[in-house]
Design a protein around this ligand. Sequence first.
Ligand code: CA
Length: 390
Amino acid sequence: MRPTKTDDANSAGEAFEDWIAAAADRIKPGGAAAAALTRARFRTDVVGRDRSQPEFAIPVGAYLAKVVTDRRVSRGRAALAALEVPLSGIRERFGIPPEISLAVWGVETSFGRTRGEIPVIDALTTLAFDGRRGAFFERELRAALDILEAGDIEADAMNGSWAGAMGHTQFMPSSYLRHAIDFDGDGRRDIWGDDPVDALASTAAYLAHNGWRAGESWGAEVVLPADFDHALADPSVRRPGAAWADQGMSAASGGPPPDFAEASILLPAGAEGPAFMAGSNFLALKTYNPSDAYALSVVHLADRIAGRGPIRAPWPPEDAALNRSEVLELQTALTEEGFPTYGLDGIAGPDTRRALRNWQSATGLTPDGHVCRSALECVLRTRAAAGPTR
Ligand SMILES: [Ca+2]
């Protein structure tokens, strides 16, 4: 392993102190922020968490089952009743339905139960010093120090996750500066304390600022027509709900799909699994966290809290996600076959899905672009059958 400046706790101690002094010179925080920066402590546990993030290798259906549990749904319903008044105020001001605010809260921190107990300045100085994404974390550190300087929170109460995400809905400090709201009017934008109202309003403000359209649903589960061209299930293909309906698509609950100005079709488990029509509000949620699995978990929890039913189509039981090295194997094979993935990074992004889709089309398979174990095996099998050509 490459030696780094943090391998040895003692040398980290000195180097970290030097880094803090230099950062104080660069950032020049004032008042409470200056004192907090001086007191920052290096945390080996934070570095450990940063370096051992699990590979995302769980299929979407299994992820939803893990996140949207009956217990979370009933806690969400209890919160819907308990916070009825502030939640309707938040809906009035920002256009975000109560169940969406609650679902973000439920997915992020189990309704405030897992807000994180790591001092934010410790986490951010450690990550900025450690260097893997140093520039990003130094920007967040500057934002966190600005928050302390503004007096919304005391340094010793400013706690969060190992990555510096804070409070009930896990705002990064820069998001806090842009979007946080003092909704209860006590003069502080408090997303950390036991009362979640400021955090829920801040999340609603965030979504409203990031394209949420009031009065529009996130989308719906749909039933695809038998002759559906799966190549159209791509985030770049956005059409009015009526245009999808004209192609024979219907809502899984019966009747036509929602009449969105623009929506795409999402097949999170490929052609064999449930299909969704995702409108603009689904995209707004993805600005909070860019993963489809995350956004689906939020909207599904929201639907369940609001009393709407579970997803109707079954998830394919044999769906198996790929880990990074397997995604890399798939990217390499597709690229060598003439279907470039524009990057061999082990991350199954839109370019990799598109390359797989194009390979599936060229091979006469259903082009759903679903990156999974069976797709990898299929690509490798086809190559082996074609023989060593290169
Ligand atoms: Ca407040």
